[in-house]
Design a protein around this ligand. Structure first.
Ligand code: GLV
Ligand code: GLV
Length: 327
């Protein structure tokens, strides 16, 4: 069996595949593979493709791998980079890498962003490094607290749940949530209250996004939604960039319609400046904390993703149903 891996990933899954005796080709360049290179590589004939979220897998790419290709195992929780409809037409198995380690890791990063914003961590660090700390002051760099504030969770999948758990058990926050439908289990466990998206935006001190990127969630947060938020509220996005209209966000920050934003993902990634107006660079705002799509970038989580992707490939190539099929 032959497996193509589009870039080096943490080693545990690689070892699992090697132990099965599969022949692996791991691309050496540490940059996204081009469509052209991917197509020409797949034409060499592989049983499995281990793809990354930076690889666009469309019908042309799939065709290049056929008839031999059986599975596309995406090394990510999100799978918006894979055209699922086209894959289904071709009877390809397609999988992602959810798992407890990843869920917890992204939930922790969500809180890292929330705390960094509320307590002005990045500003404080810059202030100190610039030599500006001349002594304790009663009103130096005052931020806000998380405790007893209202957290609005948009999208109540595994990660939304893990964020809720931390909010309630660790930070004594009040919870409101929005999803396609109410979740009585969540309400009884965490006391969260179901709201329309508009009401959630109006009531929350922190709004955290945990929906997948779909046509229905693209620009879910745009001018009208930002205008509903409290002027002190923080928006956190660890999901996918295009869920937030970045130009609208920049305008809302400029006009002080919201209190700040914590962003791990961007609309035109890897660019963090998808904005037609040069004066509205996200980097120019002190009340914005930016991380380069690293919400799952712990050794534990990325190794887990490596194992999960490998297990999906092994199950598929041994003729069983992979555990993390996406449909
Ligand atoms: C990361 O963004 C992932 O989807 O795993
Ligand atoms: C702060 O350092 C305090 O002692 O209150």
């Amino acid at each position: 069996m032959k497996v193509f891996i589009t870039r080096q990933i943490p080693d545990q899954g690689i070892k699992m595949l090697r132990e099965k005796g599969y022949e692996l080709k791991i691309r050496e360049a540490n940059s996204p593979i081009s469509k052209k290179e991917l197509i020409s590589e797949l034409k060499n004939g592989y049983d499995a493709l281990l793809s990354l979220l930076t690889d666009k897998i469309d019908g042309d790419v799939m065709d290049a791998g056929l008839p031999r290709l059986k599975i596309i195992a995406n090394y990510a929780v999100g799978f918006d980079n894979v055209n699922i409809e086209e894959g289904k037409k071709r009877n390809l198995l397609m999988t992602n890498t959810p798992g407890p380690e990843i869920t917890e890791s992204v939930a922790e990063h969500t809180f890292a962003l929330m705390i960094a914003l509320a307590r002005r961590l990045v500003e404080s660090d810059k202030f100190l490094r610039a030599g500006n700390y001349k002594g304790w002051q009663p009103m130096l760099l005052l931020g806000t607290d998380l405790h007893h504030k209202t957290l609005g969770i948009v999208g109540l999948g595994r990660i939304g749940f893990a964020v809720a758990e931390r909010a309630v058990k660790g930070f004594k926050m009040k919870l409101v949530y929005h999803d396609v439908k109410p979740n009585p289990d969540f309400e009884s466990q965490f006391g969260g209250v179901y709201k329309s998206l508009d009401d959630l935006l109006k009531e929350s001190d922190f709004v955290s996004l945990h929906v997948p990127l779909l046509p229905s969630t693209t620009h879910l947060i745009s001018d009208a939604q930002l205008a509903m938020m409290k002027p002190t509220a923080f928006l956190i996005n660890t999901a996918r960039g295009p869920i937030v209209d970045e130009f609208a966000l920049s305008k809302a920050l400029r006009d002080k319609k919201i209190g700040g934003a914590g962003l791990d993902v961007f609309e035109c990634e890897p660019s963090i400046d998808c904005i037609p107006d040069d004066h509205l660079d996200l980097k120019s705002f002190d009340n914005v904390v930016l991380t380069p799509h690293t919400a799952s970038a712990s050794i534990e989580a990325r190794q887990a993703m490596s194992r999960v992707a490998a297990q999906n490939i092994i199950e598929a190539l041994e003729g069983r149903t992979p555990p993390n099929l996406v449909k």
